[in-house]
Each structure stands twice: as C-alpha cells, then as structure tokens.
Design a protein around this ligand. Structure first.
Ligand SMILES: CC(C)(COP(=O)(O)OP(=O)(O)OC[C@H]1O[C@@H](n2cnc3c(N)ncnc32)[C@H](O)[C@@H]1OP(=O)(O)O)[C@@H](O)C(=O)NCCC(=O)NCCS
Length: 164
C-alpha cells in the first residue's frame, strides 16, 4: 500500500545510546536492505515462526505485508535495523515488529510502534492489535509500556490491543 506522497513521513529519533535513527515508511527501494536485516536475524529470537527461514520466504513475506498493509522501518545510516508492518481490516490493524538483535533495548521498537500508531490513526484506524508468544517478556513489556492491554490468551500466545 504505497502512495508516493505518504513516503515523506519521516522522523529522526535519538536512541538510548545517542545514535540518530531515521524512522520512515517502508518503500520498495529499501527491500534489499530489509531482506538483509531478516537474513541476519537471530533465529533464537523468532516470534510465532517469523521471520521466515529462507531468502525466498523472507521476500514473499515482505512483499505480502507491503501489498496488504503499511510498513515502517528504522535506519541507522544505510542499514535497516527495525521493521513494523501493520495490516488493516475493518478499521483495526494487526502488526508485527522486529528489531535487529544488535539494536534491541534501545527504545527503537517503542519508537516504531509510536510512529506507526500516529500514521495509522491519521488513516482512520481505531485499534491496534498484536499477538506474541507468552514467554516473550521483552515484547510484552514493550507493548504494555505503550498502553496495550492483554485481551485474551491461549497456552502459547498473548493477544494485546490498544485503542488509537
Ligand atoms: C520485541 C522487540 C520488537 C522490542 O524492540 P526493542 O527495540 O528491543 O524495544 P524497546 O527497547 O523499545 O523496549 C524494550 C522494553 O523491554 C524491556 N525488557 C527487555 N528485556 C526484558 C525482559 N527479559 N523482561 C522484561 N522486560 C524486558 C526493556 O527494559 C524495555 O522496556 P523500557 O522501555 O521500559 O526500558 C524486539 O526485542 C524484537 O525484535 N524481538 C524479537 C522479535 C519479536 O519478539 N517481535 C515481537 C512479536 S511479533
């Protein structure tokens, strides 16, 4: 879902180490940089089976998310270090978020969620939804600090939501 006029949405953010991160819409020109981030992604940190294991799988997943929803990335120089993708349906949007292992706990995940929320609210989205594994303390804390509430759970997963 790319509209060239919307690609101007960008912000600079100073992370907890003082590095300046560009937060911006994902555009197809960044596809190769994003694939690289996912190819390097620590397989121990996968969530709900994502990102996919192979380059082909990563490409198909990224292209699906880009076609069906809105993507946002964090960049340090030319390197993509974080990605959030939100797929809207009936005024709500479910998102998935990934921050490269070398850059986690620096506030980048939270910043990507804030940035995406602002954009999605302007698009008329009323509610953000996330799913994560019940053992994923870092993701759960990140969501909770941003005001998400647990709305349901099963033995493996937590489902969280936030009104925009
Ligand atoms: C979950 C993820 C997106 C968070 O991104 P991030 O950039 O590290 O997030 P932030 O730095 O903004 O926030 C992390 C928070 O978790 C807290 N945290 C870190 N490790 C923790 C732990 N083991 N237990 C509890 N809280 C923890 C941090 O203190 C921080 O809270 P703070 O903002 O109050 O300091 C990132 O870690 C990631 O990509 N994980 C692997 C993939 C994944 O799980 N994706 C989400 C589900 S789809």
């Amino acid at each position: 879902m790319n509209n060239p006029s919307e690609n101007l949405y960008s912000e600079f953010y100073e992370d907890k180490t003082g590095a300046i991160i560009l937060v911006t819409r994902y555009v197809p020109e960044e596809r190769e940089n994003l694939i690289k981030m996912y190819e390097e992604f620590d397989s121990e940190r996968k969530c709900c089976g994502l990102p996919p294991n192979t380059r082909k799988g990563i490409e198909a997943w990224i292209d699906y998310l880009d076609e069906k929803g809105y993507g946002f990335i964090g960049k340090l120089g030319e390197k993509v270090i974080g990605h959030i993708a939100a797929v809207p349906e009936n005024g709500e949007a479910e998102f998935a978020i990934f921050v490269h292992q070398d850059y986690e706990d620096r506030g980048i995940g939270s910043e990507l969620i804030r940035f995406a929320s602002k954009f999605l609210k302007e698009k008329g989205i009323k509610k953000l939804k996330a799913m994560t594994e019940s053992t994923n303390r870092r993701a759960i804390e990140t969501y909770r600090h941003l005001g998400f509430e647990v709305v349901s759970r099963d033995p493996q997963h937590l489902y969280l939501e936030k009104e925009l």
